[in-house]
Unconditional design. Sequence first.
Length: 202
Amino acid sequence: MYDRNYDTGTIQMKKTFPPWIPNWSKLGFIYYQSISTTDAKFIFDSCAEANPKKILEIGTGKGKSTYCLLAASDCSVITLDKRNSTFQDASEHIDTERMIKHEKTSSEDYFNLTVSRNIDFWFIDATLYLFEIPHIFLRSPTNFTVVLHDYWIDGDTVRDEKGKQNYDALKQFALMNNYSIEEHYGAHCCIELKFSHELNIV
């Protein structure tokens, strides 16, 4: 459906990658610990291809990924972070009406306080506890996409960081529950996982 190239992050589609994202620091936004432009394009491409109906981002950070999710979709983007003290307001560059931001809210807090379901696109830039993994599947439809940040490949090995830890936990749970998994890697440090199942977990 899409002509996607993960090396350049380009994709032929109706959605347009925000042209101001590559100029993030030049616009006065904090660059330190924000995602790279390559990863931003990867997230945008993945989300645009998925055409989600509901998005949950765990780890808002500076907000660069949040704006990419908004640009790539037409649905609500729920985003949460334990801190959010360095969130960058780019509302003059993009419509943020669909953004639902939860500050000082961890994923554990969100899962305990809400019953939100049918989330078909997840961007995760935080460390998940093992007991949180089932929530990802229980709150998703039978087909959904997860993009993990900080999944670093060095040669033939993957760094033991949060991206790999989340990847291992999600994949183990998926295989134990008969999910099919499709993987795509090729950005700076992001990996896309597409999960599918004939029936939801009961």
